[in-house]
Design a protein around this ligand. Structure first.
Ligand code: 3HC
Ligand code: NAI
Length: 743
């Protein structure tokens, strides 16, 4: 079947390969069948034989070292043919008498984990444990050669090698928790054995990727190379053979887990430290339980606990939602009607107009990734104030260790302040973040039109205004777009990119690309009041306001949404933002509860009194009987009779109008796909990730049930937000799904 080249080689019998393709140094003919005789080169000969084992894995030899090479783009995930190839590679290499074995990957990364798209499907090929057993129990040294990211199942495979060699910039992690899972291939038992319990707890419950220095310190990496990884791993393998290094099995190393045995306080303290952040999520707690098993049980019993809890998570709704969210986030970046080869504007310098709450944070995003920013304010005092806030934010990040101390000055040096819009002339992208006032924005865009270079993108950070109206005052509406950042703009991941009727493909594609570069999760939306996120939020707010007149209390509404998984409910949120945003004493007309509260001197958290009363020391909120009385009086003045409102009704009336509005957004083609709506809500509005987003959640409740309840509320309450979306009605009748809907 194949031809072997051979020079100064020794003979090796019994190669069980499916195909052999050969290289240039030697010159012997063999064949790849089980009974063939294949030649093996002496180490110094460096002959490379190649055997394609499966579609994604091949076996090569370099003298007496076998290399199992995974090539499964884009991220070398452990698809069934990778597992099959790894197992075949181990069996063949051992049978062929290799002196050492290197597992290495092609492309941009080492194995980045299990193939998530295979989860939930029929099992095919060998299980990962079979592969790992073959590695761990191999009679010769097995070396994992790591570049890119060794994540999840990828790191778990590497932990079954006897040694690990990596390039300097590699990253390591067990991020399964982000998918609502735990490492299900022995990682929960091996990581604490290698890195110690505190490190394993932190890594597994956060999913954080660590760099090589940290990995080396934690014992995950034995050697780091600045040179060629393949050569370094082969050299390491040869040294392991020559020096008779032990076949180190992580599973046998008990010192670090024994250290923690009986230390219940360690676990109790850790649980308390992550309680707030992980509220509602099952996976962090299950990860901790697996580490407890590693500490308290023999290895194989610990593995059994891991298996049981992994399966429970894998088949549960939380992980299904989190895996869905993973792919939804990646889908959002794909714009079906824009060609992949659309020319992009290269953003080498960015301009930001306005250094207020949003402008400063927006500028930080660009400086954080090394893009110089020109920030322009209307006067020096406002500029100084804005830049001082930016500096303070960086200093706070440096003091809590999230950026290095030196980064403060480096990043500040990338931000140039000015009071002259003319300084935008050399910017490739200018983002306007001045007050939310259409006339002001229009005059500014007319000015920018005169200043910006041809081809530069001109973006508005408006949260609800009509981007088309803004674009129309320029001579180049094709270059105008919305970039709706969320507050705090340097922290929040979401960015709604608002495509105007005339935004060109280049403008859209470039804005999506730059959003990714500044580490945002961008979702392309169309022009309408409030775009996707705020438009749906308005519906929830309208119904929450209505319910407190009918007899629900603000605390009840907030509690129901908090228990659902939101970080806070609408009334606590209004108190936080300030009840007097957009309110003026002179024009106040007692027409809403919010106005009444403002008129009674209740401005929210900032003066300790809003829908709630706040403790001046702790900022803890308490429902206030005075507010309840104000609401009751207001209801009477409006002729609304109060009654008891059940928690279930609160939930339905807050969330079903959002689902209905989401469906209307889809039928109006304001969003491309149902999953995009979910990406907006999970990343911008605190929708609990473990519930996937409003579209995914609605599908899990059942669209038929939701349609029936919307009809009921429409009949009993009325209001345009209860008018049933025809798309929702259709999908319900066809057994369709909102999360899969695509325009
Ligand atoms: N399985 C299947 N597909 C995957 C995948 C995985 N584990 N990881 C990434 N992909 C796909 C993405 O969907 C995307 O596909 P697309 O191009 O069609 O949209 C493509 O690979 C590239 O992904 P990214 O856009 O995310 O590429 P980046 O370069 O930005 O990031 C990465 C690369 C850091 C590896 C990132 O993709 C990532 O974090 N992946 C997930 C890693 C992970 O969670 N691993 C654990 C999996 S669960 C597990 O291993 C269980 C085990 O314990 C048994
Ligand atoms: P802000 O009031 O904090 O800041 C606006 C800044 O613009 C001020 O510093 C002001 O001095 C400056 N400015 C006003 N006119 C100017 C001019 N002609 N030239 C230069 N600078 C000028 O307002 P904020 O909150 O930053 O909002 C800005 C925009 O961002 C608005 O369109 C708002 O709707 C939008 N937005 C706000 C969010 C928020 O949570 N604050 C969230 C998302 C969007």
């Amino acid at each position: 079947m194949a031809r072997t080249s051979h020079g100064d080689c020794e003979s090796l019998a019994g190669m069980t390969a499916v195909g052999v393709e050969l290289s240039n140094c030697c010159d012997v003919t063999g064949n790849g069948s089980a009974d063939s005789t294949v030649e093996r080169c002496a180490p110094e000969c460096l002959t490379r034989r190649m055997t394609q084992l499966t579609e994604s894995v091949r076996l090569e030899t370099d003298g007496d070292i076998a290399l199992i090479i995974v090539d499964n783009p884009p991220v070398n995930a452990l698809s069934w043919h990778v597992r099959q190839g790894l197992l075949d590679g181990m069996t063949t290499a051992v049978a062929d008498g290799a002196a050492g074995i290197v597992v290495i990957c092609e492309g941009r990364t080492f194995i980045a984990g299990a193939d998530i798209s295979e989860f939930g499907g029929a099992a095919q090929g060998p299980g990962l444990q079979e592969v790992q057993d073959a590695m761990e129990n191999a009679p010769v040294p097995v070396i994992a050669a790591i570049h890119g990211t060794a994540l999840g199942g990828g790191l778990e495979v590497a932990l079954c090698a006897h040694y690990r060699v990596s390039v300097a910039g590699a990253k390591f992690g067990l991020p399964e928790v982000n998918l609502g899972l735990l490492p299900g291939a022995g990682g929960t038992q091996r990581l604490p054995r290698l890195a110690g319990v505190p490190k394993a707890l932190e890594m597994m419950t956060s999913g954080r990727h660590i760099g090589t220095a940290e990995a080396q310190e934690a014992g995950l990496v034995d050697e780091v190379t600045d040179g060629d990884l393949r050569a370094a791993a082969i050299a390491f393998a040869r040294r392991a053979v020559a020096e008779n290094m032990p076949l180190a099995r992580v599973r046998d190393r008990d010192e670090k887990v024994l250290e923690a045995r009986g230390n219940t306080e360690l676990f109790a303290k850790f649980r308390a430290s992550i309680a707030r952040k992980t509220r509602g999520f099952l996976a962090p707690e299950y990860n901790i339980q697996c580490i407890e098993a590693a500490v308290n049980l023999p290895f194989d019993d610990g593995l059994a606990v891991e298996r049981r809890l992994f399966l429970e998570l894998m088949t549960g709704p939380q992980s299904a939602a989190q895996r869905y969210a993973f792919f939804a986030e990646r889908a959002a970046n794909k714009i079906p009607d824009i060609a992949a080869d659309t020319p992009l504007v290269d953003v080498a310098r960015c301009g930001v107009l306005g250094a207020g709450t949003m402008g400063g944070g927006i500028a930080m995003n660009f400086a954080n990734v090394g893009i110089p920013v020109t920030i322009v304010e209307r006067d020096q005092a406002s500029l100084d104030r804005g830049l001082a806030v930016v500096r303070k934010n960086y200093e706070r990040s440096a003091s809590n260790g999230s950026i290095p101390a030196a980064a403060v000055e480096e990043r500040m040096a990338l931000i140039t302040g000015s009071t002259d819009k003319g300084d935008f002339a050399d910017c490739d992208l200018v983002i306007e973040a001045v007050f939310e006032d259409m006339e002001l924005k229009k005059s500014i865009f007319a000015e920018l039109d005169q200043i910006c270079r041809p081809g530069a993108i001109m973006a508005s950070n408006t949260s609800a205004l009509d981007v088309n109206e803004i674009a129309a005052v320029t001579s180049r509406p094709e270059s105008v777009i919305g970039m709706h950042f969320f507050s705090p703009a340097n922290v929040m991941k979401l960015l709604e990119v608002v495509r105007g009727a005339k935004s060109s493909d280049t403008t859209v594609a470039s804005t999506m690309a730059i959003s990714k570069r500044i580490n945002k999760i961008a979702v392309l939306v169309g022009v309408c009041h409030g775009f996707v996120g705020n438009r749906m939020l308005f519906m929830r707010g309208a119904e929450a306001d209505r319910m407190i007149l009918e007899g629900a209390t603000p605390a009840q509404v907030d509690r129901v949404l908090y228990d659902f998984g939101f970080p806070m409910g609408p009334f606590a949120m209004m108190d936080l933002a300030g009840l007097d945003i957009g309110w003026k004493e002179e024009t106040s007309s007692t027409s809403t509860v919010r106005e009444v509260l403002c008129e009674n001197g209740r401005r929210g958290q900032k003066n300790g009194r809003g829908y709630y009363t706040y403790d001046p020391e702790t900022r803890a909120s308490t429902p206030d009987p005075e507010v309840e009385q104000l609401i009751k009086d207001f209801a009477i003045s409006k002729g609304v009779t109060q009654r008891e409102v059940s928690d279930q009704e609160v939930l339905e009336r807050c969330l079903y109008p959002m689902v209905n509005e989401g469906a209307k957004i889809l039928e109006e083609q304001i969003a491309i796909r149902g999953s995009d709506v979910d990406v907006v809500w999970v990343n911008g509005y605190g929708w609990p990730l473990y519930r996937g987003g409003p579209m995914h959640w609605a599908d899990s409740v059942g669209l038929g049930e939701i349609v029936e309840r919307i009809r009921h509320y429409s009949d009993t309450l009325g209001g345009s937000h209860w008018e049933l979306s025809p798309l929702l009605a259709r999908l319900a009748s066809e057994n369709g799904q909102l999360q899969r809907f695509s325009n």
